[in-house]
Write a protein of this length. Structure first.
Length: 465
């Protein structure tokens, strides 16, 4: 059969807020033009993130009832540990309340001011935690990945030549570890090939630099490897994940993505000293090492979800959904990152709004237009999230790309919901000249996009009252 269907049935429904344009105009103004500050009850289709927003399966809901809430050494912890070790093979495993907690403790225990951390592309919390301790996060994306319209596969790969040059220039002693993010979120959700991970590991091993995988979407990356990398077609997603993690010295994980859970994460490693340092700080800030800020029932749900994410039929359906929206937008001329990534459709906001400069924050203009037009919430991945003001500079350095991400919550929306989003995008696309510039009126020193306030000269007629 050619039709790919959802490999599940719906047992419970949740009402969607259907709002009026005037309501949305008022709510966005009250939220200082930042969709992060909107209440969920004001959103019809929420594509802000795929982190913790998925629907759990009946097996996960049943597992919640097995939750052992013992403070130390619970049975839920043992089941969680067994599952994570089966997938990753790590000697030491620590649960955390979410991925950024693992990133924070890793940065605090392994980095110092002046250190360098290369990555194919750092996402927001990873970069922020590295920079918070005074280290520098370097993006080392392959040149093919920087061409957002190229149809090449594995555009999330790391640039090996540039990585080698960085090691020679900066010195291996100044690079406590290198990271690789699978799939590459900031680069458009593009996958990383096993060949590239292997080559990165080989290069790092020559210089005794550990490799840390940001494994939030490890199962989606495994799916891409199976589908598109020669030699893996007959491999199970579990086998591919095993091979990928065997190349890593450590990993951070947000279980809110490919753990199919609403909260949680973990850190895994082989090195005893890394584990001891991580454990000591985890106890100080997260909790005892066998619960790490999570309830036993959360550990149970994650243990089930990590396995469900590796089911081929689920991954095939999920990717088909992303492809469906991507191809529909391409047919309408909407500029998007190509090919479709693993968890989202990424719109090229700079091409969508050619009349706006990066300093006008075109991604914010597009995000707000989508909300005003149809109650759809997306997120900007451009100069608000990744822009920089270099020391001594009078103006901000723009991000390399101005993207807007429409992230797909797992097992939540049906095809008719995505048809609605496509219709909203089509309307905004046809009236894109009405999108006006924004400026920041208030911001935090780190991760400013979460809480920033924005203002504009005039609400566009096409998207306003």
């Amino acid at each position: 059969m050619h039709t790919i269907i959802e490999p599940f049935r719906i047992k419970m429904t949740e009402a969607l807020p259907i709002t009026t344009r005037s309501h949305r105009v008022a709510r966005l103004a009250a939220a200082h033009n930042n969709v992060f500050l909107l209440d969920a009850e004001d959103i019809t289709i929420d594509l802000l993130t795929d982190s913790g927003t998925g629907a759990m399966s009946e097996r996960q809901w049943a597992a919640l009832m097995l939750g052992d809430e013992s403070y130390a050494g619970s049975m839920s912890w043992r089941r969680f540990e067994k599952t994570v070790r089966e997938i990753t093979g790590f000697k030491h495993i620590f649960p955390t309340h979410q991925g950024r907690a693992a990133e924070r403790i890793l940065a605090a225990t392994r980095l110092k001011a002046g250190d360098i951390v290369p990555n194919n592309s750092h996402f927001d919390t990873t970069r922020a935690n590295i920079e918070y301790v005074g280290a520098k996060a370097l993006d080392v994306l392959t040149p093919e990945g920087q061409d957002i319209y190229s149809e090449l596969r594995f555009k999330g790969n790391m640039d090996l030549a540039r990585l080698e040059q960085i090691i020679k220039t900066k010195g291996s002693n100044n690079i406590p570890f290198c990271m690789i993010t699978v799939t590459n979120n900031a680069g458009g959700g593009q996958p990383v090939s096993m060949e590239n991970i292997r080559a990165v590991k080989q290069l790092l091993s020559k210089h005794r630099i550990p490799l840390v995988i940001d494994a939030c979407r490890y199962a989606e990356n495994s799916y891409f490897i199976k589908e598109y990398e020669p030699g893996f077609a007959d491999h199970s997603l579990m086998d591919i994940a095993n091979e990928m993690f065997q190349l890593a010295d450590a990993a951070t994980m947000s279980a809110k993505k490919d753990g199919l859970a609403n909260i949680g994460g973990f850190f895994g490693c082989h090195d005893d000293q890394w584990a001891e340092d991580f454990r000591n700080l985890l106890i100080l800030t997260e909790g005892f090492p066998t619960y790490g800020g999570l309830a036993g029932r959360d550990l149970e749900a994650i243990a089930v979800g990590l396995k469900e994410a590796l089911e081929y039929d689920y991954q095939r359906y999920r990717h088909a959904t992303v492809e469906y929206m991507a191809s529909s937008l391409i047919a309408r001329g909407v500029p998007i990152v190509r090919p479709a990534g693993g968890h989202a459709v990424f719109i090229d906001a700079a091409a969508f709004c050619p009349h706006l400069e990066p300093s006008d924050y075109p991604g914010i203009g597009l995000v707000n237009a989508l909300y005003l037009e149809g109650g759809v919430r997306a997120v900007e991945l451009g100069s608000v999230m990744f822009g920089r003001r270099l020391e001594g500079a009078s103006e901000e350095t723009a991000a390399p790309r101005e993207l807007v991400r429409l992230a797909f919550p797992r097992r939540v929306y049906t095809q008719s919901h995505f048809d609605y989003v496509i219709e909203v995008l089509d309307l905004v696309w046809r009236r894109r000249d009405a999108i006006l510039p924004y400026r920041i009126t208030r911001q935090a020193p780190f991760l400013r996009h979460f809480t920033a306030h924005f203002a504009l000269g005039e609400t566009p007629a096409a998207f306003g009252a």
